[in-house]
Ligand binder design. Structure first.
Ligand SMILES: [Fe+2]
Ligand SMILES: [Fe+2]
Length: 283
């Protein structure tokens, strides 16, 4: 589907029903979670995914201070996007508890409270920079969002395969459907914002080639980020997924021809991380 304006993209988005309705969540066989084994090496991975879903609210608040967040079409999308990502985090947290890995009652506050002051300072600096660039930076935000949504969906697909847990599969498939809708929004708006705008293309490419890191980097402990990436994408097959389903789709964006940053960075993390060091892998 091709769109001519951001408004067309928003109209399309608003016609998409939610996958994770109350009925969908109610019919998840929660009482069967313990009937299947859940590999405890994947607990930190699931926690990391849960955390970044919950931290979406923090990113959302940061974006609201930039021209991107003040754009009436994008902010309309972000309102619903923020709500959906929180549902994802809540479902993953519930799964962990049902599987016997109890989390505290204040888990959400603990995640947001654990983000370092350094990160907040860095985020504020970035916001100021963004405001200097102005409206043309929206393309960068949208390209960043595209990468994050694409890689979140691939992380869940990989998790389905690695965990091989029927109830988790049902939950993750529902989440993936919503991530795909998010991807389509970001990708379509990124394309429109980059099209015919050389300056926007140059900035977006520069920022991603220089600064892109997996979502959650800086906001979560580095060893947890690296463990998650290495567990999901550290082998040849995982890296091939990233290259085919994230990198190559991003290369199709105007001005992104030949950008290999995502594959390169993931490969580097996989190469440098010993998953046994996290203390949960089998000897
Ligand atoms: Fe999500
Ligand atoms: Fe998403």
């Amino acid at each position: 589907m091709t769109f001519e304006t951001n408004k067309d993209v928003l109209d399309w988005f608003e016609k998409q029903p939610r996958a994770l309705t109350d009925e969908f969540i109610d019919q998840i066989p929660w009482n069967e979670v313990r009937n299947y084994r859940f590999d405890e090496r994947l607990v930190p991975v699931l926690m990391y995914m849960r955390d970044i879903e919950i931290l979406t609210d923090m990113y959302h608040q940061e974006l609201l201070r930039t021209p991107t967040g003040k754009d009436p079409i994008i902010s309309k999308f972000m309102e619903r996007w923020g709500v959906e990502e929180i549902t994802h985090g809540e479902l993953l947290n519930r799964f962990l508890n049902e599987a016997g890995f109890e989390t505290s009652d204040e888990w959400k506050e603990e995640i947001t409270g654990s983000v370092s002051r350094y990160y907040h300072l860095y985020a504020r600096m970035l916001t100021s920079f963004t405001n200097c660039v102005g409206k043309s930076f929206t393309a960068t935000h949208m390209a960043y969002g595209t990468i994050n949504e694409l890689s979140a969906a691939q992380s869940y697909r990989r998790l389905i395969q690695l965990a091989d847990h029927p109830v988790l599969t049902t939950i993750l498939k529902g989440i993936i459907r919503e991530e795909s809708v998010h991807t389509h929004f970001y990708l379509s708006v990124a394309r429109l914002e980059l099209r015919n705008n050389n300056f926007a293309q140059k900035i977006a490419r520069f920022v991603i080639e220089k600064f892109w890191n997996p979502v959650g980097s800086g906001a979560r402990p580095e060893d947890l980020t690296n463990y998650t990436i290495a567990t999901l994408f550290g082998d040849t097959e995982g890296l091939e997924w990233i290259d085919r389903l994230v990198t190559r789709r991003v290369q199709d964006l105007p001005g992104f021809d030949g950008v290999t940053k995502i594959t390169d960075r993931i490969a580097q993390i996989g190469h440098e991380t010993n998953v046994r060091e996290f203390g949960l892998a089998d000897a």
